[in-house]
Design a protein around this ligand. Structure first.
Ligand code: DQA
Length: 139
């Protein structure tokens, strides 16, 4: 089982970016945690971060993975194109967010990804990713 983890824009700044909202864990630490958890669960985990919508779409279109764990970050709320790319490849996807987007500004309550995802997990900080990976790999 090959899992692709996609992190959207500004998530490269985790650790220093609004720590009161996103915590102090860095993206490298999250990626390490996911690699270890994947190993434990018998899956290979590749991670990819980009600040560019087209780069995220190009990566998804490579279709070289069996399951997708994605934190689309701000593109969650704007990107028909990323949602279309996920639908186009037809590979199961789980959407995750560090923060509880529903407890934040109204513009964060809308997700273009949620309707085409298997499910969504938000509000548990870095644990959202771990829960999402477990959900993707659940038999
Ligand atoms: C986020 C929530 C989004 O609203 C925001 O734009 C992000 C991060 C999260 O993980 O909580 O960049 O996806």
């Amino acid at each position: 089982m090959r899992v692709l983890v996609v992190h959207g824009p500004n998530l490269n700044l985790l650790g220093t970016r609004e720590p009161e909202v996103y915590g102090t864990t860095t993206l490298a630490e999250i990626d390490q945690m996911l690699a270890e958890l994947g190993n434990e669960l018998g899956a290979s985990v590749e991670t990819f971060q980009s600040n560019h919508e087209g780069a995220i779409i190009d990566r998804i279109q490579r279709k070289d993975f069996d399951a997708l764990l994605i934190n689309p970050a701000a593109y969650t709320h704007t990107s028909v194109a990323i949602a279309d790319a996920i639908s186009a490849v037809g590979i199961p996807a789980v959407e995750v967010h560090l923060s509880n987007v529903f407890a934040r500004e109204p513009f964060r309550h809308r997700s273009f990804i949620a309707p085409i995802a298997k499910g969504s997990i938000c509000g548990f900080g870095k644990e959202s990713y771990a829960l999402g990976l477990r959900a993707l790999l659940a038999k």
